[in-house]
Design a protein around this ligand. Structure first.
Ligand code: ZN
Length: 210
């Protein structure tokens, strides 16, 4: 599996390009910004983008989605519980002082149990509300990877003080859904360094049960 992970935009959102070496089909997760760089990597690996997946409707994760869709023709996938937040992109742009990227159209809502695929690569959708109502994680069971969006970080968890945030919900999502995954699962958070489920289960101060 091809997996490029690179920070995009002023808030350094981790964007992922995941590609199937045999079919050259790919999915792009959280193309928040820097779409020219995303497209250069797509060309470098000779990939065809089949899915654009958004872990949640914060501007730093979704801001470049329409530009990527226009360039690739791939559909944009987001959980429907974040549609209201998506309508506030202009407000979100004002919060962090960046230009409004324009309205984003969602082609399909995705939720728990659904499979998103690109060639032979299959990701299971996990709806993990708390950072936002529509936050999702993508689990790649064969590759033992989790794209966690802003639900889980190395040593921390997603903030819950923004619109749609709920601390009880994020803790329930983390304990019931995310920590149910095997310890050797590599976690790619929405920002910052990679970690593993085992590492976070043992050391994350928000998750350690005492
Ligand atoms: Zn966020």
């Amino acid at each position: 599996m091809i997996h490029e992970i690179f920070p995009v935009g002023p808030l350094q959102c981790n964007c992922s390009i995941i590609g199937d070496e045999a079919s050259r089909e790919a999915m792009v997760i959280d193309p928040g910004d820097d779409i020219d760089h995303v497209l250069a990597l797509i060309r470098k690996h000779n990939l065809q983008v089949k899915q654009i997946v958004i872990t949640h409707a914060h501007i730093d994760h979704v801001g470049g989605a329409m530009k990527l869709r226009a360039a690739t023709g791939a559909p944009i996938l987001l959980n429907q519980n974040d549609y209201a937040l998506l309508k506030m992109l202009d407000v979100q742009a004002a919060w962090i002082g960046v230009p409004h990227p324009g309205d984003v159209q969602i082609d399909q809502s995705v939720t728990t149990g659904e499979i998103i695929s690109a060639g032979s690569i299959a990701a299971t959708v996990l709806h993990t509300p708390g950072h936002t109502e529509g936050s999702i994680c993508l689990h790649f069971p064969k590759e033992k990877k989790l794209i966690a969006g802003d639900t889980l970080f190395a040593g921390s968890i997603g903030r819950t003080d923004l619109t749609g945030g709920d601390v009880r919900k994020i803790l329930r999502s983390l304990h019931d859904v995310v920590l149910a995954l095997p310890d050797d699962t590599v976690v790619v958070p929405g920002h910052g360094e990679l970690t593993t489920i085992g590492e976070e289960r043992e050391t994350n101060p928000f998750l350690v049960k005492r």
